[in-house]
Design a protein around this ligand. Structure first.
Ligand code: GLY
Length: 311
C-alpha cells in the first residue's frame, strides 16, 4: 500500500492512510485524503479559502479516477460547496457522465444533500482586493468600483499573478489489492476569467490512473497540461516501457513543444507506477512531495526531481 501527494497534501495523509490501513480502496483513500485539504482555510489553492476568480467568486475544480476500470468523475467551476472531490466522486458513482460544470455541478451537489456555503474567506478576499488594486488601472472599473464586463478579458491578462496560478493538491494511492486511484482538487488560477477550467478536472490533462501501468497527477500552469495531455502521457510512456522518472521526463519534454518562454513553463507532478515506485518532479527547484508506504508510521517528505521542458 502506498499514498503519495503534493506537499500541501500533508494535512490529508492521515485520513487517506487510515482508509488504506483499514483495508479500504484506493478510490476511498484519495477522496478521504483530499477532503481535509479542501477544508483547510490556510491553503489558498484548494477548496474553502481558495483564491477567487476576477470577480471575487471562488470556483472549484476537481477530479477523481479509478484505475481499476478507468472510471472517472469531475466537476469544474463549482461554486458554493467546499468538497468538490466528493461531488466528483458521486459523478463517477451515480451519473452516466464524467464532468459537470458550473450551475449543473452545484445543482448536483445540492441534490446530494451537501450544504452550500460562502467559500471566500477574509484573507482570500483581502489578497484578491490587494492583487487587483496593484495591477488594474482605474479605467477598468465602473462608478461602483466593479470591473466592467467589457473589460474582463483584458483585466484577466493584467491581473494574472504568476505566483498564484499553479497551486493544487494531488493524491495517488495503491491499495492492498493493487488498485490505483488518483484525485486532484483546486481553486485554480487566482483572479482567473470566470468559468475558466484548468487541468485538474480534465481527465488525461491533470489526472490519470490506470492499474495496468500507473498514475500521474499535476499541479502547475493548467493550460500547459491541457494542451499536452500531460497526466495521460506519463501513463502512455509507462505503457511504452519507460521507467517512471523517464516517463515523467518525456512528458515534460512534450511541454517544450508548446513553445512557451521558460518562465511560463510551470509544472509539477507526482507519479506512481504499478509496482509502487513513486516520484515527484517539477520545473522549479526546491519542491517536495509526501508519501507513506507499508511499514511507515508517518508520512515522509522527499525532494522532487527538477526536470526541464527542452524538446
Ligand atoms: N493546476 C491548476 C490549474 O491550473 O488550475
Amino acid at each position: 500500500m502506498i499514498l503519495i501527494a503534493s506537499a500541501n497534501g500533508e494535512v490529508g495523509m492521515a485520513a487517506g492512510w487510515a482508509v488504506l490501513q483499514a483495508g479500504g480502496s484506493a478510490l476511498d483513500a484519495v477522496e478521504a485524503a483530499t477532503r481535509p485539504v479542501e477544508a483547510n482555510p490556510d491553503d489558498h489553492s484548494v477548496g474553502y479559502g481558495g483564491y477567487p476568480n476576477l470577480l471575487g467568486e471562488v470556483e472549484l475544480d476537481a477530479s477523481i479516477m479509478d484505475g481499476a476500470r478507468l472510471r472517472a468523475g469531475a466537476v469544474g467551476a463549482l461554486r458554493g460547496f467546499r468538497h468538490p472531490i466528493s461531488v466528483a466522486r458521486q459523478v463517477l458513482e451515480q451519473l452516466p457522465h464524467v464532468l459537470l460544470v458550473g450551475e449543473g455541478a452545484a445543482r448536483f451537489a445540492a441534490e446530494l444533500g451537501m450544504a452550500a456555503e460562502n467559500l471566500l474567506t477574509a484573507p482570500a478576499e483581502q489578497a484578491w482586493r490587494a492583487g487587483l488594486a496593484g495591477r488594474l488601472p482605474d479605467e477598468f472599473r465602473d462608478a461602483q468600483g466593479q470591473i466592467m464586463e467589457r473589460m474582463l478579458a483584458r483585466a484577466t491578462r493584467l491581473a494574472t499573478d504568476p505566483e498564484r496560478v499553479a497551486g493544487t493538491v494531488n493524491f495517488i494511492a495503491q491499495d492492498a489489492a493493487g488498485h490505483i486511484a488518483s484525485a486532484v482538487s483546486t481553486s485554480g488560477w487566482a483572479w482567473k476569467y470566470p468559468g475558466r477550467l484548468g487541468d485538474s478536472p480534465i481527465i488525461g490533462a491533470g489526472n490519470y490512473a490506470d492499474d495496468r501501468y500507473g498514475a500521474a497527477a499535476c499541479t502547475g500552469w493548467g493550460e500547459l497540461a491541457m494542451r499536452a495531455g500531460t497526466a495521460h502521457s506519463v501513463v502512455l510512456y509507462l505503457k511504452a516501457g519507460y521507467a517512471l522518472e523517464d516517463a515523467c521526463r518525456e512528458a515534460f519534454r512534450d511541454l517544450g513543444a508548446l513553445g512557451l518562454p521558460p518562465e511560463q513553463c510551470i509544472m509539477s507532478m507526482v507519479a506512481l507506477d504499478r509496482h509502487g515506485r513513486h516520484c515527484g518532479v517539477s520545473t522549479s527547484p526546491g519542491r517536495s512531495y509526501v508519501y507513506q508506504a507499508d511499514g511507515m508510521a508517518a508520512p515522509a517528505q522527499l525532494p522532487r526531481l527538477v526536470l526541464g521542458t527542452q524538446v
